[in-house]
Design a protein around this ligand. Structure first.
Ligand code: HEM
Length: 389
């Protein structure tokens, strides 16, 4: 950590930096709650819970253009609706709201349960023969299959999606070319899929809703449709995979909590919120500051990039008692895992349902398990090798 007048010079929130990120957060909150990093073209970071909430509530000062994603997800086109400022943002967002209400999600809970159950049974069969990768056999397929079904993305293509998502989100920092190629492949894929759907029988899914949407009386252009599908593809799959995987990662090492959740499955609702707070898949999102601003004594100039570090805000001692402790029955757990402003996660009801149901089914079918490879990290969507006790 640098101690010049732009503190926190080398702060990063991707890749290997995540291995020890919680120690880094504690340090920056303490020494430079608002600091500057030279990475990714240079950005300010905001690490305190109340400053992040305030920024989230102030979209006129903190624009999402050119993108919330830093570095980009392999493409420079703005993603709808995440990279769109008011007033247009709401026009795009409201198209899909009816599909993600609690009532709408209740209707698909049974499908989530059946998929989770089938996959958990396969994990159990594999565990009988030895250590098993619960990430590739459970955490990755559950959200991919469930979301493909809702969205209207052909389910049989999910192994292809899995690879593209990996290249776009995880390989992008080290191998931007891989992310770029995958992004192009995804856009070509949606271009073809949308063309095919225009002449197909109408169905009840996300793609249909987008095709039927009208903005000022006009349908969305092909480019707008592709951008929306692309965003849903990256937002709807990897995040929930990470959240299921990191929850299992925690439970594989904390047997007392694993047993508590088996004995009292209703506690899983609260445990999921606590996993989201402490092991969140979206550790940070970017904005551009539109006016000269002073926070925590640091001046951010108009036009500079700013990163809201949700993961740090979620462990801020000024906001939570014993913030580093994962307390599966924590009450009043108002966290930042889904954001907190006008761009608050559109899929949060779906994500919560997937997390609760998949964990319930997993614990119901798979007996007590531990991590077989303790060196496997808490973050990402890589392997999670478990064994039965
Ligand atoms: C555990 C899983 C998930 C987490 C932690 C998560 C987190 C987030 C976060 C932090 C944001 C940005 C909020 C902001 O900057 O204010 C966001 C936006 C968004 N998420 Fe999620 N997400 C998850 C799952 C999903 C799913 C399953 C979908 C599928 C529909 C989804 C769709 C979106 C969309 C469309 C946006 C943009 C909303 C807007 O700009 O108005 N997310 N999510």
């Amino acid at each position: 950590m640098s101690d010049n007048n732009r503190p926190g010079l080398d702060f990063d929130f991707h890749g290997k930096a995540l291995d020890n990120i919680f120690e880094t957060y504690a340090e920056i909150r303490d020494k430079c709650p608002v600091g500057h990093s030279e990475r990714y073209g240079g950005f300010w970071f905001i690490s305190k819970n109340n400053d992040i909430f305030a920024a989230e509530q102030d979209p006129e000062r903190y624009s999402v253009a050119p993108s919330m994603l830093l570095p980009s997800f392999g493409t420079d086109i703005p993603m709808i609706p995440i990279d769109i400022d008011p007033p247009k943002h709401w026009e795009y967002r409201k198209i899909l709201l009816p599909l993600f209400t609690p009532q709408a999600i209740r209707k698909i809970e049974n499908g989530i349960r059946m998929t989770s159950r089938e996959l958990a049974i396969k994990v159990l069969e594999s565990l009988r023969h030895g250590p098993t990768d619960a990430s590739s056999m459970f955490a990755r397929p559950v959200p991919t299959i469930v979301f493909s079904r809702i969205a209207g993305f052909p389910e049989q293509d999910w192994p292809k999606f899995d690879k593209w998502v990996y290249d776009i989100i995880y390989a992008r920092v080290e191998y931007p070319e891989r992310a770029k190629n995958a992004a192009q492949a995804v856009m070509d894929y949606f271009n073809d899929l949308l063309m095919a759907r225009r002449s197909a029988e109408p169905r009840e899914d996300v793609i249909q809703k987008l095709l039927e949407a009208r903005l000022d009386g006009n349908p969305l252009s092909q480019d707008e449709l592709i951008s929306y599908c692309y965003l849903l593809f990256v937002a709807g799959l990897d995040t929930t995979v990470w959240a299921i995987r990191s929850s299992l990662w925690y439970l594989g090492q904390n047997l007392e909590d694993q047993r508590r959740l088996r004995e009292d499955p209703e506690l899983i609702y609260m445990a999921v919120e606590e996993f989201l707070r402490t092991l969140s898949p979206v550790q940070a999102m970017a904005r551009t500051c539109l006016a000269d601003t002073v926070i925590q004594g640091q001046k951010i100039s108009a036009g500079e990039r700013v990163v809201l570090v949700f993961g740090s805000g979620n462990r801020d001692p000024d906001a939570y008692d014993h913030p580093e402790k994962i307390q599966i029955d924590r009450e009043d757990n108002k966290h930042l895992a889904f954001g907190a402003g006008i761009h608050r996660c559109l899929g949060s009801n779906l994500a919560r349902a997937e997390l609760v149901i998949s964990l319930k089914e997993f614990l119901n079918i798979v007996p007590e398990f531990t991590l077989a490879e303790p060196s496997e990290q808490w973050h990402g969507i890589g392997k999670l090798t478990i064994r039965m006790n």
